[in-house]
Design a binder for this molecule. Structure first.
Ligand SMILES: NC(=O)c1ccc[n+]([C@@H]2O[C@H](COP(=O)([O-])OP(=O)(O)OC[C@H]3O[C@@H](n4cnc5c(N)ncnc54)[C@H](OP(=O)(O)O)[C@@H]3O)[C@@H](O)[C@H]2O)c1
Length: 269
């Protein structure tokens, strides 16, 4: 993939402080983008942003950490580690998420609200706040000016939401999480229709099981081994597999309103 593909793009990655989100931000930075990484903790966001590679086209640090609890309506300006703002964000990756493995009948209402707040409302708030800013971005008669001949044309903007295979194939203990992720996919399709005519594409990526702090906390080793036996490619996914799919959804100019499954064939089997 071309190193300079995302030169000139500013990407906000929620949940970029660790796990899949961090690897996505890292890949976008490798391709030349400047990244805003969000976390509920500013020092955590700053520490993650400092680990991103600085593209050759920048003389100095071009990434920043921002403090953001996605489950609350997004403020107009964010507490940031630099003067960097959200106003010129051209790519939004909604990756922040939480899991909570429990049967619905025994789940506390508070936990339900937390899960819906982060995994569904958080994505809605993000799409709303950032698409409003993207709509103000200047585009030249049909096409945006691209900063270099090798970089991609993103029009007004691109949004990629992170779903989960549980949206399509949920097991016991995942009712609320699965409902949120199914909601994210519905939101993605509806927004693609609302924003497509205005130059913003909206897609989702649907990962299978990927080993992160989330899965280590909520999926036992036995369960992970069992899932592995059901994956035609014979291995769990990696955050890198997901990040590659996100780059495809960002850069392909005719894919809109789609959910791209990245699960080694798990849901096909
Ligand atoms: N791992 C998997 O197998 C898998 C499979 C399918 C889909 N997914 C999805 O992929 C995404 C990333 O998962 P992961 O496995 O990488 O999880 P992870 O390692 O636990 O990371 C979760 C990220 O979400 C952020 N976050 C959580 N609650 C937040 C809130 N209220 N406001 C802002 N940020 C918040 C965390 O940031 P701070 O703690 O720093 O605030 C962290 O950066 C999630 O949407 C998840 O549902 C994961």
């Amino acid at each position: 993939m071309s190193q300079g593909l995302l030169i000139g793009q500013k990407c906000l990655v929620t949940g970029g402080s660790r796990g899949i989100g961090f690897v996505i931000a890292h890949k976008l930075a490798q391709l030349g983008a400047s990244c805003l990484i969000s976390s509920r903790s500013l020092p955590t966001a700053q520490a993650a942003a400092a680990l991103l590679p600085v593209p050759m086209s920048f003389q100095s640090q071009c990434h920043a950490g921002v403090e953001l609890d996605v489950s609350q309506p997004w403020p107009r300006s964010l507490n940031s580690s630099s003067s960097s703002t959200m106003t010129d964000v051209s790519v939004l990756v909604n990756c922040a998420g939480q899991a909570h493995s429990r049967l619905l009948v025994s789940m506390a209402e508070e936990d339900m609200q937390d899960l819906v707040g982060v995994n569904l409302l958080g994505v809605m708030y993000g799409c709303k706040a950032i698409s409003r800013l993207m709509l103000r971005r200047k585009v030249n008669a049909g096409t945006t000016t691209t900063p270099s001949s090798s970089s991609v044309n993103i029009d007004r903007g691109v949004i990629v939401n992170v779903s989960s295979v549980l949206a399509a194939q949920a097991g016991q203990g995942a009712a609320v999480y699965a409902a949120c992720k199914a909601g994210v996919e519905g939101l993605t399709r509806a927004l693609a229709c609302e924003l497509g005519p205005r130059g913003i594409r909206v897609n989702a990526v649907r990962p299978g099981l990927v080993r992160t702090s989330m899965t280590d906390k909520h999926v036992s080793d036995d369960r992970q081994s069992l899932v592995r036996t059901r994956i035609p490619l014979g291995r769990l996914g990696t955050a890198d597999d997901v990040a590659d799919a996100v780059v495809f959804l960002i850069t392909n100019r005719y894919v809109n309103g789609q959910v791209l499954t990245v699960d080694g064939g798990f849901t096909a089997a």
